[in-house]
Design a protein around this ligand. Structure first.
Ligand code: SF4
Ligand code: SF4
Length: 281
């Protein structure tokens, strides 16, 4: 068993966090219709703060021996000029993590050589969402990244990605959280947002949809949903017990009622509530 010194100078069994994803930019250069993180609704560039991220990751490394899958994403992470620093900080905190940058890939050939060097040195790979614009360039990507020794792959529920789904419920009837959670495919997609760890994406980015359409999405009491990394007195194992089980947002989640539509792009100006909400029509 591995033991580790925690914040308060005592030792505890080293818990593992299955995964976290964190936004390095809330906005995006592709702007998919109905983006699940509402990135095509973000009005102006919003970047993650490196100092806050360093603080959060340091705190996480006191709570956890490792994060099995560490996902730097967005929005589009390649828009963040400090991406290399985020990679270095992540790797330093979690030497054994699978560390990936999730991107739409459109900006990859315009990146400085130093990014690829940093990725090689820090065992960081690219995962490209297989939307049509980048899937068409797969041979170019293979050659470009192959020359630079970068590991990469496509990701998506299909390759290429042909459809998206609406999953927001504006007027949900509370349901049995245990039942819906047991059928959910996103239960390990924990989210690190400044100062907080959320069980999944149900909650942290709602503000963009709510502000743009002047609606309220009910995900229950945020304080029951998320872990305050600064004030929590829980151990990593105790936090895992909360994250890896049914939670407040599941009661109001539309994940089992998702309605698919053909993937396409749609800017903020043309976005409609029905791009996201199942019950908006
Ligand atoms: S590529 Fe599309 S789905 Fe991904 S963050 Fe950008 S807008 Fe959202
Ligand atoms: S809120 Fe929805 S997506 Fe998140 S874990 Fe619960 S059922 Fe899954």
């Amino acid at each position: 068993m591995i033991w580790k010194l925690n914040l308060f100078g005592s030792t505890q069994a080293g818990a593992d966090l299955t995964a976290y994803q964190t936004h390095l930019a809330d906005h995006c250069n592709l702007n998919c219709k109905g983006c699940g993180h509402f990135c095509n609704l973000v009005k102006e560039p919003i970047f993650a703060d490196l100092e806050q991220y360093s603080k959060d990751v340091t705190r996480l490394s006191e709570l956890y021996w490792n994060v099995s899958l560490l996902q730097l994403l967005g929005g589009e992470p390649l828009l963040n000029s400090q991406l290399e620093e985020f990679i270095k900080v992540s790797r330093k905190a979690f030497p054994a993590a699978e560390l990936n940058v999730y991107s739409n890939g459109l900006l990859v050939t315009r990146q400085p050589e130093s990014l690829f060097e940093t990725m090689r040195e820090n065992r960081c790979a690219f995962r490209f969402s297989a939307y049509k614009p980048i899937y068409k360039k797969r041979d170019e990507l293979t050659e470009f990244l192959g020359k630079r020794g970068i590991i990469w792959s496509f990701t998506g529920h299909t390759i290429p990605i042909e459809t998206f789904s609406r999953s927001v419920l504006l007027n949900p009837e509370p349901v049995d959280a245990t039942e819906i959670w047991s059928k959910c495919r996103d239960t390990i997609c924990h989210v690190l947002e400044p100062g907080y760890l959320y069980p999944c994406g149900g909650g942290p980015w709602n503000k963009y949809l709510e502000e743009h359409f002047d609606v309220k999405i009910n995900h229950g009491d945020p304080e029951k949903l998320r872990i305050n990394l600064e004030t929590t007195t829980l151990t990593g194992h105790e936090i895992n017990a909360l994250l890896d089980g049914p939670h407040e947002a599941c009661k109001y989640c539309g994940t089992l009622k998702m309605k698919p539509f053909d993937w396409e792009t749609r800017t903020r100006e043309k976005a409609m509530l029905s791009d996201y909400a199942i019950d908006a029509e």
